[in-house]
Unconditional design. Sequence first.
Length: 86
Amino acid sequence: MITLFNRKNIYTGFDLARYSAIRSALAAGHIPYTVKVKNRMGQWAGHGTLRGRTGSLGQPSDLTYEYEVFVHQKDQEQALRLIRDL
């Protein structure tokens, strides 16, 4: 079981294609993982979300979501080997 205390981050970024490739590689290698997806425009900015206060016109759409992939610390080396060339 992957928990907050035994997980290691193996990817943080904005590239959806790379995120999908990493998830596929981990699944093919039978390595359990968890993910976290952050909506950067949905962050709270005082009296509302950033998008609600400023709108999204002119914001690059490829930077809207930030993806993180975590594995158990015992699987970190194997996972990094699997995704090295992606």
